[in-house]
Ligand binder design. Sequence first.
Ligand code: 0K2
Ligand code: SF4
Length: 315
Amino acid sequence: MEKQGLTILLAAPRGFCAGVDRAIQIVELALAKYGAPVYVRHEIVHNRYVVEGLRAKGAVFVDELDEIPDDGCPVIFSAHGVPKTVPEAARERAMFFIDATCPLVSKVHREAERHFKNGRQLVLIGHKGHPEVVGTMGQLPPGAVILIETAADVQALEVADADNLAYCTQTTLSVDDTASVVEALKRRFPAIEGPHKEDICYATTNRQAAVKAIAQKCEALIVIGAPNSSNSNRLVEVARNHGCGKAMLVQRAAEIDWTWFEGVRTLGLTAGASAPDALIDEVIEAARERFALVLKEVRIIDENVTFKVPGVLAA
Ligand code: 0K2
Ligand code: SF4
């Protein structure tokens, strides 16, 4: 039987960002330099395939430092950043730790500290309980940061001094939703200080813009990423909000129910910042087995950001 035709519009940029690339390199270089085990606090990035791959090479993933024995082996903090209490506890135990926090997350940490030093109350826009939010809030003493998630939360805000406020954001939020939260903040507190727009990083911004560029042309769209990956979930929302109602998050090709795509002639495909190319290729190959495939990349911008690994691991 002849295969049904399917065009895949491949969003670009997609997949790994510079911070994820650096974080994974840090674990790999530490394994090569010091041997196994290398401990990693939290998933180095939110992707099971990446985590399993590193585990197979000798990385040991833990939720908290108290699960790690005092054996002198390196301890790596994940790309999402950690509260100040984590390096403090590591220092107290004389652990050899290497921080894989993305430099763009660390930049937000420093902004938060600067506002606090200048006596401003800090409002953080982010998702409650996400490790990056826990890390950013943990740069300041308990109670110093008020977390909000939506524009509706702005109305309920109770602040000590409306003229002495600042805001920061999580790096992986929806660009559009965050713009409306920032607008609500500025409307209610005209003197509030903050970044030029928000702290959403280049990779999050570009991946969302690339989805917007294809969403209307696609009858369905697949985002490759993990359920706990903030930036990946935002890509599904962006697709749905920009004309592609049939958008779904998948971790691996094996999860895809291809009957879902009956009658679909144009499928959008992208991947979150923590999803490796191997998983994108896997989905393309699975589609090729079932359809007469035409692959078209739609690139909206070239990325050339790279981050150096910490000096202790540099060649
Ligand atoms: O998007 P998330 O912050 O949930 O994290 P990952 O899916 O691991 O992507 C990497 C971003 C890490 C920090 O911004
Ligand atoms: Fe850094 Fe952005 Fe990648 Fe997060 S998504 S690791 S902030 S570059």
